[in-house]
Every structure is written in structure tokens, then in C-alpha cells.
Ligand binder design. Structure first.
Ligand code: AMP
Length: 213
């Protein structure tokens, strides 16, 4: 499948993407994961992106489009991909449309994961992430078996630098101003699949039923 996953930080895009990859081998592409890996490796991209990320701001569109323009050409995207955290602004969505048309790729839809703000805040402050493989945990509902150690790869499970209360609040404001308008954009493109994502166990079934698979 070829899907865009829309939704606020903490709406469950990463978790849902991982579950969807298991269905047909489509690859998850998370711009946040790509950027965090670049920061960890100290690459030029990472150095440029780090400040924006720590402040909870968006990285400039040109940087993101450079990453995605290359990533979508890779062979593992051919069977399908789940775009997690991209596009994040109207200019990114417009550029993605042009890029996909050039590559002859048609999307199956843009899934909007709807979750109320109070649930989001609770999820983000209790979320923990593996620094190495990106696996997501929650200190209340889904902690790793050994505190601080990833069940999957043994990496360090940490609270992300942009998951302080101040950065979370900034990220939610940025989402409202710059990313929420994408719902209107994809409605206009006749691609929006709106999903109530408060209760995570029905989300994948609802997406599959909307796609008819
Ligand atoms: P995420 O893991 O998707 O919440 O992304 C973490 C951070 O990476 C965001 O707060 C932004 O600073 C940056 N980022 C990720 N994806 C994008 C994007 N598509 N456009 C701009 N910035 C992004």
C-alpha cells in the first residue's frame, strides 16, 4: 500500500505504520527517524536539523524535500510505503504531489489519525523511544521488559529531547498551524481517510476496511 499518515505528534502514526508494514511488506518512512539518526551520527543534515528539532519547530521544507526526493527512489519503496510524519506543511504536500506524478506513483490515500489533545499530551509525556531502532514504548501502558533497554534490539530506551513539556506544547502549536491544514488539502484531493484513533486496537482494522483490504 502507498499511504500518507497524518495526525498530531503522539496520534500513533509510527505505531500504526509499523503494524501496517506487517500486512504487505510496505516500508515505513519516518522523516523524524531519518532526522534523529542524522543527529545521532553527527552528519551535516543532523547538524542543520538539530536546533529546530529540539525547539519543537519544523525543519525547513527544502531539507525535507531533499531527503524524501532521494528516499522515494530507493528500491524498497517499490512494493509500497507508509509516509510517517511527511508531508507536514502545504508546500511539502504540493511538492510531493509533483514528485509522485513525475515518478508515476499513485497513492492509496491520506489517513488522518484523530486523537483529542488531552490524550495526546498524556501519551507524549509518557512515551519512550529506542534510540537505535525507533521502537516506541509507554511507561504506563507498554514499558520495555527491562527498564531503559529495548526488547527488540537491546538499544537505549529514552525520552526524546523534544518530549519535554515545553517542546511538546510547541510541537502541538506548530501542528495546529502548519500541519492540520493538510486535512483540507487531502480532502480536496479526494484522498482523505478519517480515522478515530483514540483507541489504538481498532485503528488498523478501520484503515484496512476503508482501503477495502
Ligand atoms: P516526528 O518524529 O515525526 O515527531 O518528528 C520529530 C521532529 O523532526 C519534528 O518536530 C520536526 O522538527 C522534524 N520533522 C520531522 N518530519 C518533518 C517534516 N516532514 N517537516 C519538517 N520537520 C520535520
Amino acid at each position: 500500500m502507498k499511504l500518507i499518515l497524518l495526525g498530531a505528534p503522539g496520534a500513533g502514526k509510527g505505531t500504526v505504520a509499523k503494524l501496517l508494514t506487517a500486512i504487505d511488506g510496505s516500508v515505513q518512512i519516518s522523516t523524524g527517524d531519518i532526522l534523529r539518526a542524522a543527529v545521532k551520527d553527527g552528519t551535516d543534515l543532523g547538524k542543520e536539523a538539530q536546533g529546530y528539532m529540539t525547539r519543537g519547530e519544523l525543519v525547513p521544507d527544502a531539507l525535507i524535500m531533499g531527503i524524501m526526493g532521494e528516499r522515494l527512489l530507493e528500491d524498497d519503496c517499490k512494493p509500497g510505503f507508509l509516509l510517517d510524519g511527511f508531508p507536514r506543511t502545504i508546500p511539502q504536500a504540493e511538492e510531493l504531489k509533483v514528485l509522485l506524478a513525475k515518478l508515476g506513483i499513485e497513492l492509496d490515500g491520506a489517513v488522518n489519525l484523530n486523537v483529542p489533545r488531552d490524550v495526546i499530551l498524556d501519551r507524549l509525556t509518557t512515551r519512550r523511544t529506542c534510540e537505535d531502532c525507533g521502537e516506541i514504548y509507554n511507561v504506563k501502558s507498554n514499558p520495555p521488559k527491562v527498564e531503559g533497554v529495548c526488547d527488540k534490539c537491546g538499544g537505549n530506551v529514552v525520552q526524546r529531547a523534544d518530549e519535554t513539556e515545553e517542546a511538546i506544547s510547541k510541537r502541538l502549536d506548530v501542528f495546529k498551524e502548519q500541519t492540520a491544514p493538510l486535512v483540507g488539502f487531502y480532502t480536496g484531493e479526494n484522498m482523505l481517510i478519517d480515522i478515530n484513533a483514540t483507541s489504538s486496537d481498532v485503528v488498523v482494522a478501520d484503515i484496512k476496511s476503508a482501503l477495502g483490504i
